[in-house]
Design a protein around this ligand. Structure first.
Ligand SMILES: O=C(O)CCCc1cccc(C(=O)O)c1C(=O)O
Length: 331
């Protein structure tokens, strides 16, 4: 069977990666409907050996025979158009935060909570990139040792902000002033991603806290986060400290990580081997390393987790969700 797929935000960084990953995975697409804002309408897109024309997104865009719509065009577009698409019988997989915490919307990472997809009511949410890579690494350990507390510290690539963030870094490195970030990102670290909230955290930090609990289906988890922008183009790196309910052996952690789905263990510090953003760029795995006991608590562990924020962090995870719909015969 082949499916008619709409791509909302087809010309953005994530949108173009949706297309790249759909092709790489040979997803069975019959008709492609690339959609974007007026300024991108008319652009030609080559996909699976054919030419497709970008149409301007409108309220009637979903009046045709579309099976799945992949959204990555910002929260306001998702809030307005996902319900319109759903009304027409389209299954929406949304990459924005607009629907993630809605109780009727499953928030899915296929390696972590694939079954949740069966509860969908027409909209499925793709988690925040920093959350996705973290829960892929944490889920196998949570299943075995029961996590009680998580401390996230992230080092996030500028591509997470799209082309404007990338340009700020490239221009900044040439000594030109910044346009997009509140401060110079070149030669700097900025502890400010998204907006600040009443509690002094940023939205990016609270996304990690709240989305982790929903995906792991455990509101008892105690989580804190600090999200930092760093002068890297591709690949988010994260230092993750966890405290378990149960005691553990470090050798068992290594074997769990080495065999877990979606994870590549890179941990051989005697030979300077540990996950690096430049190695993760343009690949799909979540890379885990620097595994070591946190001696300051009863049963604690430190790790270093790296992944491509545009691929596994957004586009690949979304396409994997589409593949799950097919696998579970939900479409
Ligand atoms: O900056 C980063 O490194 C990741 C942030 C990704 C992002 C950017 C703008 C808006 C949203 C949003 O959907 O709210 C999101 C998101 O949460 O996926």
């Amino acid at each position: 069977k082949k499916y008619n797929v709409a791509i909302v935000g087809a010309t953005g960084k994530v949108g173009e990666t949706f297309l790249k990953v759909l092709e790489e995975k040979n997803f069975p697409v019959d008709k492609l409907y690339p959609m974007a804002s007026k300024k991108s309408a008319g652009i030609n897109i080559k996909f699976q050996g054919k030419d497709w024309t970008v149409e301007e997104l409108s309220e009637s865009s979903f009046d045709k025979d579309i099976d799945i719509a992949l959204f990555s065009a910002g929260g306001s577009i998702s809030l307005k158009y996902a319900p319109i698409a759903r009304e027409k019988g389209v299954i929406v997989i949304d990459n924005s935060s607009a629907w993630r915490m809605d109780k009727d919307v499953p928030l899915v990472v296929p390696e972590v909570n694939p079954e949740d997809i069966k509860k969908h009511n027409g909209i499925i949410a793709n988690p925040n990139c920093s959350t996705i890579q973290a829960v892929v690494a944490l889920k196998p350990l949570h299943d075995r040792f029961k996590i009680k507390r998580i401390v996230y510290s992230t080092y996030q690539a500028v591509s997470g902000s799209g082309v404007k963030g990338i340009r700020d870094l490239e221009e900044g490195l040439k000594g030109n002033k910044n346009e997009f970030y509140p401060h110079q990102i070149a030669f700097n670290c900025i502890p400010h991603i998204d907006v600040f909230l009443e509690n002094g955290y940023t939205k990016e930090e609270m996304k990690m806290v709240e989305e982790t609990k929903k995906i792991m289906n455990d509101d008892s988890l105690r989580i804190t986060a600090t999200a930092v922008r760093v002068p890297v183009i591709s690949g988010h790196s994260e230092s993750i400290n966890v405290e378990f309910e149960k005691p553990y052996e470090i050798s068992e952690v290594f074997s769990i990580m080495d065999s877990a789905e979606g994870i590549v263990l890179v941990d051989d510090v005697a030979n300077n081997k540990y996950p690096l953003a430049v190695d993760a760029a343009d690949t799909d795995p979540v890379y885990v390393g620097r595994l070591r006991r946190d001696e300051s608590v009863e049963s604690g562990l430190n790790m270093w987790v790296v992944a491509d924020n545009i691929r596994k962090g957004a586009a690949t995870n979304t396409v994997q969700i589409a593949e799950l719909l097919v696998k579970y015969d939900l479409i």
